[in-house]
Design a protein around this ligand. Structure first.
Ligand SMILES: C[S@@+](CC[C@H](N)C(=O)[O-])C[C@H]1O[C@@H](n2cnc3c(N)ncnc32)[C@H](O)[C@@H]1O
Length: 198
């Protein structure tokens, strides 16, 4: 995994405002990202921003036979690393803003759960709103959206703005315990889609 970490750092240096972290997430954070999903009833799951595939690997161990899954990663090098790490996964090299078209291509009308590794706290308010809106348009009523935030980042206005956006856009927003062993420490947002998403 050392070489994957090096590629991740290079991706960060190429594109800080899209990668948003110096190292991939740790195993304990990956566990916290997947533990809230009801995997027995999740027929379609999408991952945003897999990076080196830390969450993808966990998702594949949980996914039930017959369930649909794909990931969307903008950085072509990182997308390749996820493909190598998780040969069973479909990974699109694309922007998550194309999520509707990608779901259509995969024959998915509505998604049960979206697991996101996107660095929301480095996005502009407009981009945060746009991507959450596009994600919600494919998420089922009552569907689940899971994402994480760095504890230290909560001092940033963009991170606080993102938290407000989640509160406004979802029926329920729960915050997990802090994963102190992650570098840097992080927590997970677990959100439930409204019955009428718009
Ligand atoms: C903070 S890294 C997280 C990577 C991985 N999930 C992890 O936790 O280690 C954010 C990832 O999101 C990807 N990303 C950022 N904006 C994106 C977009 N609009 N569409 C697809 N991927 C995006 C970046 O290239 C990067 O791999």
């Amino acid at each position: 995994m050392r070489s994957a970490n090096r590629h991740f750092l290079r991706a960060f240096l190429r594109n800080k405002s899209q990668v948003g972290a110096l190292t991939p997430s740790g195993d304990k954070l990956a566990d916290a990202m997947v533990e809230w999903i009801d995997w027995n009833s999740a027929g379609s799951v999408v991952e945003f921003g897999p990076g080196t595939g830390v969450f993808t690997e966990k998702i594949l161990t949980k996914l039930q036979p017959g369930s649909k899954f794909f990931a969307v990663e903008q950085d072509p090098h990182l997308a390749d690393i996820t493909r190598m790490r998780c040969p069973g996964a479909t990974v699109y090299t694309d922007c998550v803003s194309n999520i509707s078209a990608l779901c259509e291509k995969e024959g998915i009308e509505k998604v049960d759960a979206v697991i996101s590794g996107l660095p929301w706290a480095v996005f502009t308010p407009e981009l945060q709103k746009q991507l959450i809106g596009e994600m919600k348009s494919v998420l089922k009523p009552g569907g689940k959206f899971v994402t994480f935030a760095y504890l230290q980042g909560m001092l940033l206005p963009a991170a606080q703005r993102f938290r407000h956006l989640l509160n406004n856009e979802f029926e329920e927003v729960h915050q997990s315990r802090v994963i102190w062993s992650n570098v840097p420490p992080a927590f997970v947002y677990r959100c439930i889609q409204k019955d009428s998403p718009v």
